[in-house]
Each structure stands twice: as structure tokens, then as C-alpha cells.
Design a protein around this ligand. Sequence first.
Ligand code: BEZ
Length: 190
Amino acid sequence: MLDTTVLNQQRNFFEGHAAIWLFGYGSLIWKADFDFLERRPAYIHGWERRFWQASHDHRGTPEAPGRVATLIRARDSICHGMAYLITPEVLAPLDVREKNGYLREKVPLTFVDEKGNGIEQSEGLIYLASDDNPAFLGEAPLAEIAQQIASAHGPSGPNREYLVNLAKALRELGAQDAHIFALEKHLGRF
Ligand code: BEZ
């Protein structure tokens, strides 16, 4: 397993900043187990969420990996999530938690109002598992992805819980996400 912890500690895009906006698009939307100063619904432009990254250490095992969220480039799309204003020391434990292929990336993000309209912009940080990391699984038929999610379990719990909680959190945000809601429907069959 590639361990990205050390690589991430060199990716100090916000060196000297007292606070950083961290954009969550996966488990961070519904499970923020870190301190934050403020939290705001937001989106990033040019990205779509996909369950294309293997989880060997949280929602699956090396023998039976689960699938978790990453992002792919999609020029005209937006990906909704939750932005957290954090102090820099919050990143070190996240680097460890997300060590299976995720790298810190700097992105522009847009905060939204209660109707989902963009109101303000800032630079922020995402954890991205790109298609060249060893745990990247890539595309598969939705039914196959859902079946893998339905059967996988890991130290952080059932893989199913990750998808169900993410879909629920996106509904609460009023966010559209065709991939996630289609996967949730397929999951109901397993
Ligand atoms: C997130 O929820 O933004 C996230 C997803 C995968 C790894 C790290 C963060």
C-alpha cells in the first residue's frame, strides 16, 4: 500500500496561514471528527464525485477492499460538499487517516447560500485520490460497485454506511449528484 502521509506533509499550500478552508466531499461531509472554527456548505467547479477509490484500511480490508469517494475532472460540473475552516495542525491526523492514496490539492471553492447559489469564493484544500495511485479502481458498472460496497466491511465499519450517510448528507444539503443517488438505489438491491 502506498502511504501518502510523508508526501502530504510536504504539500504546504497554505504555509504561514493561521486558518485553512478544507473542502469535504466524502466522509468529511457527515463525519468531521476534528475541531473546526466554522463550517459552510460549498462547491468546487470542474469536478465530479465517484466511488472509484479502494479502501483497504477503513471500509474494507486488503483481501476484500471497499470503495470510497474520490473526484474526477469534469469541466462543466460542480461537486457539492462542506467546507471547514481549520487550523493547520488539524491536517496531520487527516494525512494519516487518508494515507491510502489521497494527496492534498489546492482548489478554488465557492460558498453557497441556503438555496445553493454561489455567494463567495476562497482557496481551499481537498484530499484527492487521482487515477495514478495504486488504490485507484476506476469505473465499473454501478451494480458491481454497489455489490462491492454492500459486502465490504473494515475497521471504520460497513462500507454501506459510508454511501448511505453520504447520500443522506447530500440530500440535506439539497445537492444533486447523479452517481451517488444511482448507487444508493442499486445498493437497496443487495
Ligand atoms: C472528503 O470527505 O473530502 C475526503 C474524502 C476522502 C479522503 C479525504 C477526504
